[in-house]
Design a protein around this ligand. Structure first.
Ligand SMILES: Cc1cc2nc3c(=O)[nH]c(=O)nc-3n(C[C@H](O)[C@H](O)[C@H](O)COP(=O)(O)OP(=O)(O)OC[C@H]3O[C@@H](n4cnc5c(N)ncnc54)[C@H](O)[C@@H]3O)c2cc1C
Length: 295
């Protein structure tokens, strides 16, 4: 690993000004779980590390318009165990619970998971299915980017040089709807997904058919993707076996997985179709449960 200087500013403005001063030579560090590995492997050699850990409030998880706002420095474990997230958006707590091991989840942060833009990560898939928005701060001010537009390419995001992810805003699911996250990992429980699917489904007032569906997949291309053709097939229908099969076939045409030690591209394509069926079924059942009057 190269020698570097370490700054731990106490305000966002200070962090932005250090980033601006050192340009490409500076890197933000949050949990360090990805960055330190990349530095050890000499994939990156920053001369300046700008830690976000001393900036007060950046780890806050709070209620926002019926949903939640999660600060960039919140760890995966804090999201997983947050009573607010568990109550308002249980699928998000469940998704973070599926990341690696407790040791990693205690370090890795929400901002790091977004900025790192690794297409095999879990949280971006569910954030995409839920229609979340990423908050960014740069020298020029604040902006918000839908997660759908945030991931640009393999390990590339919409972050401009010198910008910092400050948080993510996740809307609450509407009434009579449900969501599910399915992570297929046949090797070990703490591995990255071979294929991951998040689904959210809302019901028609008759409770018999699906009104809308959102489907997102991870580990099937250079970024997490939304499976829009499959979503369109499901909208307005009752998800029986034939419909789930058709949705799976539509997903096969949408994914572009890489062959690696987790499976061949052909295997991942098949598994994507299977996992979409499972995720839709679970989300559908959750929606039916939420629509049923409490006894
Ligand atoms: C062994 C192992 C297994 C893992 N398994 C999984 C898994 O199964 N699923 C999963 O989803 N994740 C998994 N992870 C975690 C994931 O791959 C990343 O390491 C993690 O999400 C990065 O978060 P961090 O806070 O540690 O980021 P860091 O390592 O601190 O930073 C990562 C990158 O993001 C930038 N960055 C960080 N925070 C910000 C910010 N707020 N604004 C702008 N840029 C920022 C850094 O400059 C750097 O480029 C695993 C990690 C390890 C080490």
């Amino acid at each position: 690993m190269n020698a570097f200087e370490y700054a731990a500013p106490r305000t966002l403005d200070e962090a932005l000004s250090v980033l601006g001063e050192h340009g490409d030579d500076a890197r933000v560090i949050a949990g360090g779980t990805a960055l330190v590995t990349m530095m050890r492997q000499r994939l990156v050699s920053p001369g300046y590390l700008v830690s976000l850990r001393e900036i007060p409030g950046l780890e806050r998880i709070e209620a926002a318009n019926g949903g939640v706002r999660i600060g960039a420095l919140a760890t995966h474990r804090e999201v997983e165990t947050s009573p607010l997230v568990q109550e308002r958006i249980p699928v998000l707590a469940e998704t973070f619970r599926r990341v690696a091991s407790v040791r990693i989840r205690n370090m890795a942060t929400v901002g790091g998971a977004l900025a790192h833009a690794d297409p095999n990560q879990d949280p971006p898939v569910t954030l995409l299915a839920l229609g979340a928005r990423v908050e960014l701060r740069g020298a020029g001010g604040k902006r918000e980017v839908p997660v759908e537009e945030f991931f640009r390419d393999y390990y590339e995001s919409a972050l401009e040089p010198g910008e910092i992810v400050t948080g993510v805003v996740v809307p609450r699911l509407p009434g009579a709807s449900g969501a599910a996250y399915v992570k297929f990992l046949p090797r070990t429980a703490d591995d990255y997904a071979t294929v991951a699917v998040a689904a959210s489904v809302s019901l028609e007032p008759d409770g018999e058919r699906c009104r809308t569906a959102r489907l997102a997949l991870g580990s099937v291309g250079v970024t997490p993707i939304r499976a829009r053709a499959a979503e369109a097939l499901v909208a307005g229908q009752r998800p029986d076996a034939a419909l789930l099969h058709a949705a799976g076939e539509a997903v096969k045409a949408a994914v572009d997985p890489l062959s690696d030690h987790r499976g061949s591209a052909a295997y991942k394509r098949e598994m994507a179709a299977v996992m979409v069926g499972r995720a839709l079924t679970q989300a559908w059942n959750a929606a039916l449960g939420s629509a049923r009057p409490a006894r």
